[in-house]
Design a protein around this ligand. Structure first.
Ligand code: R5P
Length: 328
């Protein structure tokens, strides 16, 4: 890649940033990030960025507010240091679940965050599996919302599971589950989930059949794992033979790890949009790296070549493995 590109990272996911940097063979631009005694954040870019295209890698994962402020402050510093164009690579976009007013007098937090990012001086956003696609429209700058499902599907197909049903743990995730079912050439079922209050998930009934099948529960985010634990319980009551769970974003807060240890769940497949601390790396969790895909996306953005072709090879591979015709 040309010499006018720089990669820079906040502190949210140094492993992912390091992998991208190795893949592209571009060193990370050094940045000092400190906290003052009163909790304020300080940052200083340690190298000139004048006239360069910058890719700033920072997930707004927990601690969400700290990571968001880092993203904004680094952007401000880059802008004031005359960076030419700044792309925010935000593998996990925090606040994405607050995308509408569900009650009177609530904020639309995802929109406010989008405003803040844009106002700070970001020219383009690259992200993975936004909670809802409409969030792209909260920005007036280009947003590349990349999907991780093809990579997850490839991993699952390599297991050569039989009699598979892909299950959405709630109606909101039906489109995602349908997509995975198509990639795997499997059947589909949907769970009716209710949320009696914030952070509490209750599964009510299963639309479809899981008896004697291998169930693949798919969601975008695993936060407390309440949704998936409750869905796994229902699937087990409905006679599922084995249960796998997969999701793009492993937030894993509160009781998540304890819930995922449940013996009804054979394996948990996630990606590395969020850095997974050592204490949360239990044996049944499999992390798929998105670094090569992100690195290729960065390259294409910089070179001005189309992003669509990124997946061509993988769609061909998937259709061969799953035994259907690739009609894309
Ligand atoms: C909700 O609409 C999301 O898609 C996830 O189902 C939810 O955020 C998961 O949260 P938890 O793991 O805490 O149940």
């Amino acid at each position: 890649m040309a010499k006018h590109v720089q990669l820079i990272s906040g502190t949210s996911n140094p492993e992912l940033a390091g992998e991208i940097s190795s893949y592209l063979n571009i060193p990370l631009t050094p940045v000092t990030i400190k906290r003052f005694n009163d909790g304020e954040t300080y940052c200083h870019i340690e190298k000139s960025v004048r006239g360069h295209d910058l890719f700033l890698i920072q997930s707004t994962s927990p601690p969400v507010n700290e990571n968001l402020i880092e993203l904004l402050l680094i952007t401000d510093a880059l802008r004031r240091a005359s960076a030419k164009e700044i792309t925010a690579v935000i593998p996990y976009f925090g606040y994405s679940r607050q995308d509408r007013k569900a009650l009177p007098r609530e904020p639309i937090s995802a929109k406010l965050v989008a405003n803040m990012i844009e106002r700070a001086g970001i020219d383009r956003v690259v992200t993975f599996d936004l909670h809802v696609d409409q969030i792209q429209g909260f920005f007036d700058i280009p947003v590349d919302n990349i999907e991780s499902l093809p990579l997850i599907a490839e991993y699952i197909l390599d297991k050569k599971l039989s009699n598979v049903v892909v299950v959405s743990p709630d109606a909101g995730g039906a489109k995602r589950a349908r997509r995975l079912a198509k990639l795997l050439n499997a059947s589909l079922a949907i769970i009716d989930k209710r949320r009696p209050k914030h952070g509490v998930a209750e599964t009510v009934s299963l639309i479809g059949d899981a008896k004697g099948k291998t169930a693949i529960l798919v969601d975008d985010i695993i936060d407390t794992a309440g949704t998936l634990a409750s869905a796994a319980k229902l699937l087990s009551e409905k006679g599922a033979k084995e249960i796998y769970v997969c999701a793009t974003h492993a937030v894993f807060s509160g009781p998540a790890i304890e819930r995922l240890k449940n013996e009804m769940i054979t394996e948990v497949i996630v990606t590395n949009t969020i850095s997974l601390p050592k204490e949360k790396r239990i044996r049944k969790i499999r992390v798929i790296s998105l670094a090569p895909l992100l690195a290729e996306s960065i390259k294409r953005i910089y070179e001005g070549s189309p992003m669509g072709v990124l997946f061509e090879g993988i769609y061909n591979k998937l259709s061969k493995k799953a035994g259907y015709k690739n009609e894309r």
